[in-house]
Design a protein around this ligand. Structure first.
Ligand code: GBP
Ligand code: ZN
Length: 258
């Protein structure tokens, strides 16, 4: 399992994955299809499928075009998310395969949108698993609750995604890391892991490099919306439950001008 990376003005960094044995590829939210197909060709990769995380234009907006460019390509998307150009609807637990060695598991992670899907990928034994989290989980943050409740985000973030193996590489939908960590610091000023990650992220961005991926293990330490931190944070924001704390921290972030 090998990563395929292209720069993308809209999404930040467009992500793909290649099955090394067969040179077959999958791309996630290809909003600039010409670019991603060009890079795939340079690598001799045949793009077989599109994994769409949710219906927003900055994720699904390239689907129609990629179908023109690659006839027969399969475009996956959440069954209740109205994804443009979707040819194959997926539900929680659906399994797909790519090439010889890559397995893809669809995880329904609603709240940012109703039918949001995260895709969990495993390859050969020596490969670290990866999860494409769209706008549900960001590095040190989470998506806005456009179509759901704090209860749903709790399930998506703190149950479904937080239960994935700790070394899982987290590929999210936007490069919001620096801002997210600056906000995280206002919630947990004494968390040294946040301070450390912030100065690393600032350096990366100054050098024109991405801050993505992180790992599930890291998110549990630095993400103010994730469970490991919630008991202490609950108290700090004056809440009695994890769900209430999540709702409150999201409100604080919505009103925060960093
Ligand atoms: C910033 O640029 O720094 N704080 C952001 C503001 C995901 S994109 C942009 C923003 O609101 N981003 C969305 C989000 O969830 N951010 C999390 C956060 O700010 O903590 N989008 O483009 C957004 O989903 C969109 C597209 C939204 C179509 C609605 C429709 Br309809
Ligand atoms: Zn979105």
């Amino acid at each position: 399992m090998k990563g395929l990376l292209t720069e993308c003005a809209i999404y930040g960094y467009s992500r793909g994955v290649i099955d090394e044995k067969t040179k077959q590829g999958a791309v996630v939210d290809p909003v600039e299809p010409e670019k991603v197909i060009g890079v795939a060709k340079e690598h001799g990769v045949e793009v077989k499928l599109v994994l769409t995380t949710h219906h927003h234009w900055d994720h699904a907006g390239g689907n129609e075009k990629i179908k023109e460019l690659v006839p027969g390509i399969k475009v996956y998307g959440g069954s209740i998310d109205n994804v443009k150009g979707c040819t194959n609807k997926v539900d929680n637990g659906d399994k797909l395969t790519l090439g010889a060695d890559i397995n893809i598991l669809s995880l329904h992670t609603p709240c940012h949108t109703k039918g949001h899907i995260s895709y969990y990928l495993t390859g050969k034994e020596e490969d670290e698993p990866a999860v494409f989290t769209g706008d549900t989980l960001f590095v040190a943050g989470c998506g806005k609750f456009f179509e759901g409740t704090a209860e749903q985000m709790y399930e998506s973030l703190c149950v479904t995604l937080a239960s994935l193996p700790k070394p899982t590489q987290v590929y999210c939908g936007h490069e919001y890391t620096v801002k997210n960590l600056q906000f995280a610091q206002t919630v947990e000023p004494e968390n040294g892991k946040i301070t450390e990650k912030l100065s690393w992220a600032q350096q990366q961005r100054e050098s024109g490099l991405p801050t993505i991926p992180s790992t599930i293990a890291e998110e549990l330490e630095i993400n103010p919306f994730m469970p490991a931190d919630l008991p202490e944070v609950q108290e700090k924001v004056g809440c009695k439950s994890a769900v209430e704390a999540l709702r409150k921290i999201r409100q604080l972030k919505d009103n925060w001008r960093g």
